[in-house]
Ligand binder design. Structure first.
Ligand SMILES: *[C@@H]1O[C@H](CO)[C@@H](O)[C@H](O)[C@H]1NC(C)=O
Ligand SMILES: *[C@@H]1O[C@H](CO)[C@@H](O)[C@H](O)[C@H]1NC(C)=O
Ligand SMILES: *[C@@H]1O[C@H](CO)[C@@H](O)[C@H](O)[C@H]1NC(C)=O
Ligand SMILES: *[C@@H]1O[C@H](CO)[C@@H](O)[C@H](O)[C@H]1NC(C)=O
Ligand SMILES: *[C@@H]1O[C@H](CO)[C@@H](O)[C@H](O)[C@H]1NC(C)=O
Length: 381
C-alpha cells in the first residue's frame, strides 16, 4: 500500500536529491556549485545530458578545434563500488542536443576508492578536441559509478557543456586522423599480487590532507571497525573556525548497517544525512577488487614525514596508494601527481570505545536525506 504520506516524503526527499559530478571548464549547462559535497545542481542522471537540454541561445564556450584542452571537474561525492569499480570519461558530440550514440569518448579512467563517500575531488583531464569546427557541439563528462545504490535512471551521472569549436588561426599543424586525435582507451591490466592487503579489521589513524594548488590543508582522525560496520571521521579543514567545507570542523559517522552517513558541522551545529553507498573498505590491490594495481613492495614511502619508513605501493592512474610495509597493512598515503595527498600516521589497533560511533543527537533527529537515489531510499527508508 502506498500512502499519501510516503508520496509526500518522497517528493520532499526528491527535491533534496544531490550530487556527484560538476564541470566548470567548460562550464556545464545550468551553472554549477561545488561549495558542499552533494550539491543539488550537479546531480544529473538520465542520459545523454541529465535531461537538461540546450537551446540555440544557451551559454556556449568557444574553443579551438584540434587544440589540446584541459577539462576541469569535481567528483562531488565518491561512489566507488568494489563489486565492479566504475570509471569517469570525457566525450564529445556534434549537435545542439546530440543523442547518446553521437558521443565519442575522448578519455576514460578508473574510479578510485576514496575510502569515504563524502569527498570532493577535483580532476583535470587533457583531451585533444576534434579537428572539425562546429557551431553547436557538446563536451560531456560522465561518472559511470556502477554502484547499484545509485540506481536512478541508471547509475551514471552526466554533465554536458555547450561548446563551439572554431577553426584554428595559426599554422601549427594539428594532429590528423582519429587515431591521433583520440587518446586510446587502454583497459587496465588487473593482476592479483601477494602484497595486496586489507587494513586491520579495527583501527584508528591520524591523517593530514594537503592540496598544494589551493594551499588547503586538513587534519583529523579515522576510526574504522569492520565487524561493527562503523566508521567515524573527524576533520578540521584549514583554520577550522568557519562554517564551510574548506574552513570548518566536521564529524562524519558512517553506519553500514543502516546505510546512513551523517555530516556534522561542529561550528554551525548543523547536520546533514546522506544515503550511504556500499562499504568503502580499506583494502589495497586487485585481489580485493580495488582499481589500483600493485607497483612495488618495501620501498621508501613517498611522503616526507618519515624518510626511514618503508611502504608497499599500488597505482590507479594518477593515484598512488601506500601502506606501511611489514605493518599489518596500515594505510600510509593516497597521493596524486598534482601534489594533493592524504597522509596517514600513528595507525593503531587499540579498542575503539562504542561511543565513538554514536552520532550527535542533532544528526539522529535528521529525516531529510541530502543525497540518496530513489533506489537507495526504497531499500533503506
Ligand atoms: C529534452 O529533450 C528530449 C528529446 O527531445 C525530451 O525527451 C526531454 O523531455 C527534454 N527534456 C527537458 C527537460 O526539456
Ligand atoms: C569482486 O568482483 C567480482 C566480479 O565483479 C564480484 O563477483 C565479487 O563479489 C567482488 N568482490 C567483492 C569483495 O566485492
Ligand atoms: C577545486 O577547484 C575549484 C575551482 O577551481 C576550487 O575552487 C577548489 O578549491 C578546488 N578544490 C579542491 C579540493 O582542490
Ligand atoms: C547503526 O544502524 C543500525 C541499524 O539501523 C542501528 O541498529 C545501530 O544502532 C546503528 N549504530 C549506531 C552506532 O548508531
Ligand atoms: C557558524 O554558524 C553559527 C551558527 O549559525 C554562527 O553562530 C557562527 O557565527 C558561524 N561562524 C562563522 C565563522 O561564520
Amino acid at each position: 500500500m502506498f500512502s499519501f504520506f510516503a508520496l509526500f516524503l518522497l517528493m520532499i526527499v526528491y527535491q533534496n536529491v544531490q550530487s556527484h559530478l560538476c564541470v566548470w571548464a567548460p562550464v556545464q549547462r545550468g551553472g554549477f556549485d561545488i561549495s558542499t559535497p552533494g550539491s543539488h545542481i550537479c546531480y544529473r542522471k538520465p542520459g545523454p545530458c541529465g535531461n537538461v537540454n540546450a537551446s540555440s541561445t544557451s551559454p556556449r564556450t568557444t574553443l579551438t578545434a584540434g587544440s589540446r584542452y584541459r577539462v576541469e571537474f569535481q567528483q562531488n561525492l565518491n561512489h566507488y563500488y568494489t563489486g565492479q569499480p566504475g570509471s569517469l570519461d570525457v566525450s564529445f558530440a556534434v549537435g545542439l542536443n546530440p543523442s547518446e550514440s553521437d558521443f565519442q569518448v575522448l578519455h576514460s579512467f578508473s574510479d578510485y576508492n576514496a575510502m569515504n563517500q563524502i569527498t570532493q575531488t577535483n580532476f583535470t583531464v587533457s583531451v585533444n578536441l576534434p579537428n572539425q569546427p562546429c557551431d553547436q557541439c557538446v563536451l560531456r563528462v560522465r561518472y559511470l559509478s556502477n554502484n547499484p545504490e545509485e540506481e536512478d535512471h541508471g547509475t551514471t551521472f552526466h554533465q554536458c557543456s555547450d561548446v563551439k569549436l572554431t577553426a584554428s588561426t595559426d599554422d601549427t599543424p594539428h594532429s590528423s586522423g582519429p587515431s591521433e586525435e583520440i587518446s586510446p582507451i587502454v583497459p587496465p591490466i588487473r593482476q592479483n599480487d601477494p602484497h595486496d592487503c586489507c587494513a586491520p579489521e579495527s583501527f584508528t589513524t591520524n591523517f593530514f590532507h594537503i592540496i598544494p594548488s589551493t594551499q588547503s590543508h586538513a587534519q583529523g582522525m579515522i576510526y574504522y571497525d569492520k565487524k561493527a560496520q562503523q566508521m567515524r571521521v573527524t576533520v578540521s579543514t584549514n583554520h577550522g573556525q568557519g562554517n564551510t567545507t574548506y574552513d570548518g570542523t566536521f564529524d562524519m559517522w558512517m553506519n553500514f548497517t543502516s546505510g546512513y552517513q551523517y555530516y556534522y558541522n561542529r561550528n554551525s551545529g548543523a547536520c546533514d544525512l546522506y544515503g550511504l553507498d556500499y562499504w568503502n573498505d580499506w583494502c589495497f590491490g586487485n585481489t580485493f577488487n580495488q582499481s589500483e594495481d600493485f607497483v612495488a613492495a618495501d620501498v621508501r614511502c613517498s611522503g616526507g614525514r618519515s624518510p626511514h619508513e618503508r611502504c608497499d605501493q599500488w597505482r590507479n592512474g594518477g593515484f598512488l596508494f601506500e601502506t606501511y610495509a611489514n605493518n599489518q597493512c596500515f594505510p600510509a598515503s593516497i597521493s596524486r601527481q598534482n601534489g594533493e595527498r592524504y597522509e596517514y600516521f600513528e595507525g593503531r589497533t587499540e579498542p575503539i570505545p562504542p561511543s565513538v560511533f554514536v552520532p550527535n543527537p542533532v544528526c539522529v533527529k535528521k529525516r531529510e536525506v541530502k543525497h540518496a537515489s530513489p533506489g537507495w531510499m526504497r531499500f533503506h527508508l
